[in-house]
Write a protein that binds this ligand. Sequence first.
Ligand SMILES: *Cc1c(COP(=O)(O)O)cnc(C)c1O
Length: 409
Amino acid sequence: MHIREPKIGDPQIKPLGKRSNPSVALNSIGHRFPKMTKINIPISAPDLSGNEEAYLIDALRSTWISSSGKYVDRFESQFATLAGTRYASSAANGTVALHLALAALGVGPGDEVIIPAFAYVAVANAAKYTGARLALVDVAPQTWCLDPSKIEASITSQTRGIIAVHSYGHPCDMDAINNVAKAYKLWVVEDAAEAHFALYKGRTAGSLADIATFSFYGNKIITSGEGGALTYNDKSLHHRIRMLRSQGMDRTRRYYHPIIGYNYRLTNIACALLCAQIERWKAMVARRNAIFSCYSSRLSQIQGIGLQPVATWATPAPWLFCITVDKSLFGADRDTLAVGLQERGIETRPFFVCIHHMPPYQQHGGAESFPVSEQLSRVGMNLPTFHGMTDDAVRQVCAFIEEIHLRGA
Ligand SMILES: *Cc1c(COP(=O)(O)O)cnc(C)c1O
């Protein structure tokens, strides 16, 4: 039912290195897509037009290409300031940042962790790495994030904490989640991978729980290709995170490792890119917000196209523009629209598959266990959103959607 990514072995795809086939293109984050028409609009593309090149060359020439160096220190201190926390630690990617957060909080076998049924799979995977059991909770139709009113029913004596994922840039209702957590003495981790610089009641995503995690993967708002971070205020957590990130080594005694840790460090090279990216965060968010407004004003006119809800207390991060497709009103379902757009050279993404609909997590729910999650997963899709996308390109995507609506396919 979902659009399958083209794979090597497909008739129209040549293996890398033998890309003589002109009907296949790679976008800048390495996704292959069929080149059907002249206009090719990728789902995402990083903008590296600021000091990225200068800092990268500086890091390279300094020979500090490993995981120490001035860009690591600069990024961590500036990112903590931006998130509004005392500390920030970089990590190799967003998935291990989450694992590191849970490990630092002491999560292990026998514990239970609450996560949303609808989220990127990294959330479930990272929690499973600790040996904990998952408890899935449905998302709320008003936020597409964890429904605070449904958390309490899944708390058991084994529950240790909640991962609140700010999905598609919209912050969770953190006061409500933190209140439940407080009542049951649970920790809360925010996953802000998709919500860089989002605001909840005026406070920044990343400063609203015990620990927050970020991803800087190529399609995220701020990127270093691969990369991640954790933000938090607690000093003892800081020591644990630093220790676990670096093979569990003692802070004061080199090569003495009192606990089993990991190598989850990020390089000075990646942090050089991040330092350049965060210098321009306001402009990047502003441009993406302009793209969002352009999409919203056109698409709200098309019958059967639904837009992402925004709670009164939320200033969402403009990550990937989201729509839902109501087949009976639009005239085609989500997957048909995606194929139609692909034929017109527009790359899209279906919404995430629910966690309990994937083989490793099937025991956590059957059909219609989490109705809001399941409905979103069926009808939602993302449209191209990136800093360098022109208003004309946005209008082109909207015009194609209108055309498919009018023709019914
Ligand atoms: C992207 C993402 C991650 C994982 O980040 P990686 O850097 O790809 O490991 C985790 N959680 C959410 C919600 C994400 O969107």
